[in-house]
Design a protein around this ligand. Structure first.
Ligand SMILES: NC(=O)c1ccc[n+]([C@@H]2O[C@H](COP(=O)([O-])OP(=O)(O)OC[C@H]3O[C@@H](n4cnc5c(N)ncnc54)[C@H](O)[C@@H]3O)[C@@H](O)[C@H]2O)c1
Length: 342
C-alpha cells in the first residue's frame, strides 16, 4: 500500500484524492491546503483523511510514501523539492515547473535519492491518445503532413499564468508523446484582451524535422468548448475529438495523390496536365476505446512505478521537455512571433 499526501484541494486536487482512494494499492492519509473552506470540503467527503494548512505535516510524516502536488504552477518547484529532499516519491500536476532549470534540479534530486518523479500529463494515459499512437506507430496514416490542434473554451482565466501555460501543456505533451521527438522550432502570436499582459488567445506553429507542421490554437475566449486534433497523413487522415462521448477517434480513408497522366505528351500542354490530382474518399471508422477513467490509469501507473521501482511514462524528463517547448513559445510570443529554435 502506498500512502499518499495530497497538497492542493482546489479544482483538480479532489479528483486526485478520489482516484488515489480507488486504485486499491494506495491510500490518501493527508490533504493540505491554505484554505479552510477547501479542507472542510475534503473532510466532508473523506472524514478519515487528516487535513492541515501546513504541507510540511505531510512531508514530515514517516507513514507517507508519496506526495501529490495540485497547487498553482508557481509553487510546484518549492513543494516538490521539499518532498524529494525528504525521501518522498512525487507526482506533480502539469506543467512540472514554470522554469526548465527547476525541472532539471528536481530530476537530479529524484535520481540521487532513487525516487519516482512523475508529472500528470493526463492525456498520455487516455485510451484515445494511446490508440492514436498505435495507429501512427503502425504507419496507418502514412507520412504525416500536418497536425492541427484546437483547445478553446470560455475561461477559466488564471491570474498568474497565460493561456499557453494553462492549456498548451496538454497538447504539447500529447504531441511529444505521439511524435516522440522535440520540435525544431516554434512561432507564436497571442493577445491579452481581458487581463493586462496575460495572453488569453494564442496561435502557435511548431515545426518538426521531416516537414511536419503543427498548428495549435489555445484560447480562453471562445463560446464553445473545442478539443480537436486533426492529423493529415499521405495515406489516411485522423480526427480526435475529446468532447465526443464514445467515438473520440475516427480514421478517414481520405487523401490526395498526384498521378502521372497516361495520355501521350502531345495530348496535354505544359507541366500541369502531366499530373492528375486524385482524391480518395473512402470509408471512415472509429476504433473501439477502453472507457476507463484516464486519471485512474495515471494514478495506478504512479503507484505501480513506486512498487516496481520503474520509470513512469510521463517522468521528470518528459515534464522538462514540455516546459522547454512552452518557454520557447513564450519567447516567440513576447517577440511578435519570431521563430525560436530548440
Ligand atoms: N491534469 C489536468 O487535466 C489538470 C486540470 C486542471 C488543473 N491542473 C493542474 O492542477 C494544478 C492546480 O490547478 P487548480 O485548477 O486545481 O487550481 P486551484 O487554484 O483551483 O487550486 C489550487 C489549490 O492549491 C492551494 N494551495 C496553494 N498553495 C498552497 C500551499 N503552499 N500549500 C497548500 N495548498 C496550497 C490553494 O489554496 C488552492 O486551493 C495546476 O498545476 C494545474 O495546471 C491539471
Amino acid at each position: 500500500m502506498v500512502n499518499v499526501g495530497v497538497i492542493g484541494a482546489g479544482y483538480w486536487g479532489p479528483n486526485l484524492i478520489r482516484n488515489f482512494s480507488q486504485t486499491g494499492q494506495s491510500k490518501v492519509l493527508w490533504c493540505a491546503d491554505l484554505s479552510d473552506e477547501r479542507l472542510e470540503y475534503v473532510k466532508n467527503l473523506y472524514p478519515e483523511i487528516k487535513t492541515t494548512k501546513n504541507y510540511m505535516d505531510l512531508i514530515n510524516d514517516p507513514e507517507v510514501n508519496a506526495i501529490v502536488i495540485a497547487t498553482p504552477v508557481s509553487t510546484h518547484f518549492e513543494l516538490a523539492k521539499k518532498a524529494l529532499e525528504n525521501n518522498k516519491h512525487v507526482l506533480i500536476e502539469k506543467p512540472i515547473t514554470s522554469i526548465s532549470e527547476n525541472a532539471e534540479e528536481l530530476i537530479k534530486l529524484a535520481e540521487t535519492n532513487k525516487l519516482v518523479l512523475m508529472v500528470d500529463h493526463t492525456f498520455e494515459y487516455t485510451p484515445a491518445v494511446n490508440k492514436i499512437k498505435e495507429i501512427l506507430d503502425n504507419n496507418e496514416l502514412g507520412k504525416i503532413f500536418t497536425i492541427d490542434m484546437v483547445r478553446v473554451n470560455l475561461g477559466l482565466f488564471q491570474k498568474d499564468i497565460n493561456v499557453v501555460w494553462d492549456l498548451a501543456p496538454h497538447d504539447i505533451s500529447i504531441l511529444l508523446f505521439l511524435i516522440g521527438k522535440m520540435p525544431s522550432s516554434v512561432k507564436a502570436e497571442g493577445m491579452a484582451y481581458v487581463l493586462e499582459d496575460i495572453e488569453d488567445d494564442a496561435q502557435i506553429t511548431l515545426k518538426f524535422d521531416g516537414n511536419v507542421r503543427v498548428h495549435m490554437h489555445v484560447s480562453w475566449l471562445d463560446p464553445l468548448k473545442i478539443r480537436k486534433t486533426t492529423i493529415v497523413g499521405n495515406k489516411k487522415m485522423l480526427v480526435y475529438d475529446d468532447t465526443e462521448k464514445t467515438e473520440k477517434v475516427r480514421v478517414y480513408d481520405k487523401g490526395v495523390t498526384l498521378e502521372k497522366n497516361s495520355l501521350p505528351k502531345d495530348k496535354y500542354y505544359g507541366t500541369w496536365e502531366e499530373f492528375n490530382i486524385v482524391y480518395k474518399s473512402g470509408d471512415s471508422n472509429a476504433p473501439e476505446l477502453d472507457d476507463k477513467e484516464p486519471l485512474n490509469i495515471m494514478c495506478t501507473h504512479f503507484v505501480d512505478c513506486i512498487n516496481k521501482e520503474e520509470k513512469p511514462v510521463s517522468d521528470g524528463t518528459s515534464g522538462l521537455r514540455v516546459v522547454k517547448v512552452i518557454e520557447a513559445i513564450q519567447e516567440s510570443l513576447k517577440n511578435q512571433g519570431k521563430e525560436v529554435f530548440l
